[in-house]
Design a protein around this ligand. Structure first.
Ligand SMILES: *Cc1c(COP(=O)(O)O)cnc(C)c1O
Length: 221
């Protein structure tokens, strides 16, 4: 645990009106409980099996964020309890979440993940693909989806200007989506960006949600 960083992150987030999501993937229950006991309720996981095990073992008031690439055949398992899915990067995934959510009559919060990094490997939509999708199927046709905003990951790089430009790009995609499709939806308000290595820049560029893992667990790798 890194209580000093945690305290300063909390302060930065409250100044910026942002949410701190503690990324607990690969961490033990005891490591998670240490942050829970400091008041954290938002935790992020990227693998479904691990998420299910932790959700069963830990208190019910935790808000679980699914932040990693999500396979369609695993959607059904997370839909009953997940708080927010950050990684919606395809029409088929969106359809599947809506279908599973409808089956249990629960509305699911999601973020549209956009590709902003230079790395080929990072998942995400392009803005023209999202526009094309909503031209054919308006957001309201996804009856059990609560569209909450956008998410993106910057290039893993020490080039701060590159990272800043990518966050600016995500912020402008957020505005474009808001204008085009969600201007009357006050829920569409989140920009999930910023990790251990780049959260200061992300906050400066308008992040409303930080996803911080490794730096909150020093020497616990
Ligand atoms: C692991 C992960 C994070 C946290 O990254 P750190 O560099 O450990 O803070 C954030 N977002 C996603 C999607 C992740 O998979």
């Amino acid at each position: 645990m890194n209580e000093a960083l945690f305290t300063s992150l909390n302060k930065s987030c409250s100044n910026a009106n942002a949410t701190l999501v503690v990324v607990s993937k690969t961490r033990t229950l005891a490591q998670i409980e240490a942050y829970y006991n400091l008041g954290v309720r938002d935790f992020g996981e990227n693998r479904v099996e691990e998420l299910l095990q932790k959700q069963t073992a830990l208190p019910d008031d935790i808000k679980w964020h699914a932040i990693g690439h999500l396979q369609r055949n695993k959607v059904k398992k997370v839909v009953p309890f997940v708080h927010l899915i950050h990684s919606v990067d395809s029409e088929r995934l969106l359809e599947e979440i809506n279908k599973c959510a409808k089956a249990i009559d629960r509305k699911i919060g999601i973020l549209l993940q956009f590709h902003i990094a230079q790395e080929e490997s990072k998942y995400g939509l392009a803005s023209n693909v999202a526009n094309n999708l909503f031209e054919r199927k308006a957001p309201a046709t996804f009856s059990h989806i609560d569209f909450k905003g956008v998410m993106g990951m910057a290039t893993f790089s020490s080039d701060k200007e590159l990272v800043r430009n990518e966050f600016k790009q995500l912020h402008s995609i957020f505005k474009e989506m808001k204008n085009n499709w969600f201007s009357n939806n006050e829920h569409f308000s989140e920009i999930s960006m910023g990790m251990s290595g780049d959260f200061e820049i992300a906050l400066e560029e308008g992040s409303t949600m930080l996803r911080i893992g490794s730096s909150l667990f020093p020497n616990e790798l």
